[in-house]
Design a binder for this molecule. Structure first.
Ligand code: NAD
Length: 316
């Protein structure tokens, strides 16, 4: 039986990935700084550990065939675009990647998956909210709009260098806004889908919900189950990437807030306020994904939001 390590198993995507790997019949070890907040942890073995420590990285890769590296210091716009956490974000995530990849190569791990982000795409291609460009080949000249994006770009190159020089097989995905149940929904690290659901669910009938920026900025959002499916397909393919894993259903943030309001069934209005927003427009480009994996996500945004709203309403 293949032995798998999921780094960041206490987190949102990591928790769901562990479930999928378990249901596919693998033996799974998880590692994270923290237990999964929502109890979404079915790993055979779970190690509480800090991957910034090279000794921990060495310990967790022992006897492992394949690694999924999702551990990162990250959050939504309120965390990564204010500038307040830049040093921690760069230092912590880079150390996790350096240690896990270095230890994996030394231990003889055969294959490693790395979760990069659409935040590595250059800002200059994402100024027009209606026409953003995020094809994989548009990454350079590099100009991400956050240090979080720069760290992802550095780490993509780190993984590719290890593959080139040491022969360890790597698979790299650029995730575009993954959402769904068991994701962070409060506390400052939540991302737009969870924040919209929480605001609508908490709002009193007839009141306003606050939306950062003018609301004309655009994004796309991918439901967690489809993200995990894409990761498994990429890992089982012979394509290293980087490849986008996202949805092409682009929506303005105000329309997205309206969607959450409609799902809540309440009569609410939107108040646009100053806040960190990131680039003006971003959408996944799935041409390469479709070409390499003969697959792309198909679930509508609204369907995923209904499930997520119900889950967040229950948390409240
Ligand atoms: P998450 O914050 O829920 O999970 C990341 C986990 O990494 C957390 O549980 C955290 O405790 C853990 N971690 C951080 N530092 C660690 C350390 N030093 N040692 C051990 N564990 C540590 O985030 P997520 O949404 O599940 O994201 C998973 C990965 O996907 C991250 O690399 C993230 O950058 C990437 N990503 C996510 C999205 C998204 O929309 N969720 C988009 C793009 C990229």
């Amino acid at each position: 039986m293949k032995k798998i390590l999921v780094c960041g198993a206490g987190g949102f995507i990591g928790g769901h990935l562990v479930n999928r790997l378990k249901s596919d019949g693998f033996w799974v070890r998880g590692v994270d700084l923290k237990e999964n907040e929502y109890g979404n942890n079915n790993s055979d073995e779970f190690i509480l550990g800090d991957l910034r420590d090279p000794e921990i990285a060495k310990e967790v890769v022992k006897g492992i065939d394949e690694v999924y590296q999702l551990a990162a210091d990250m959050g939504g716009a309120g965390y990564i675009f204010t500038g307040e956490h830049d040093a921690d974000v760069m230092n912590n995530s880079a150390l996790c990647n350096l240690n896990v990849l270095g230890a994996s190569q030394k231990e003889g791990v055969k294959k490693i998956f790395y979760s990069s982000s659409a935040c590595m795409y250059p800002e200059y291609n994402q100024m027009d909210p209606n026409n953003p460009k995020c094809s994989e080949d548009s990454a350079y000249p590099a100009a991400p709009d956050s240090e979080y994006g720069w760290e992802k770009l550095f780490s993509e190159r780190l993984y590719l260098s290890y593959q080139r020089n040491y022969g360890i097989e790597v698979r790299i995905a650029r995730f575009h806004n993954i959402f769904g149940p068991q994701g962070t929904w409060n506390g400052g690290k939540e991302k737009a889908p969870a924040a919209m659901c929480r605001k609508a669910a908490e709002a009193k009938e007839g009141s306003q919900i606050e939306v950062w920026g003018d609301g004309k900025q655009t994004r796309s959002f991918l439901y967690i189950d489809e993200c995990v499916e894409a990761v498994m397909r990429l890992m089982n393919s012979d394509f290293s990437g980087p490849v986008n894993i996202g949805s092409e259903e682009m929506i303005s943030i105000n329309d997205f807030a309206k969607m959450a309001i409609e799902i809540s069934g309440k009569n609410l209005s939107i108040k646009n306020i100053e806040g960190p927003t990131g680039v003006r427009g971003r959408n996944s480009d799935n041409k390469l994904l479709l070409e390499k994996l003969s697959w792309q996500p198909s679930q509508s945004l609204k369907e995923g939001m209904k499930t997520t709203y119900k889950w967040i309403e229950n948390q409240i």
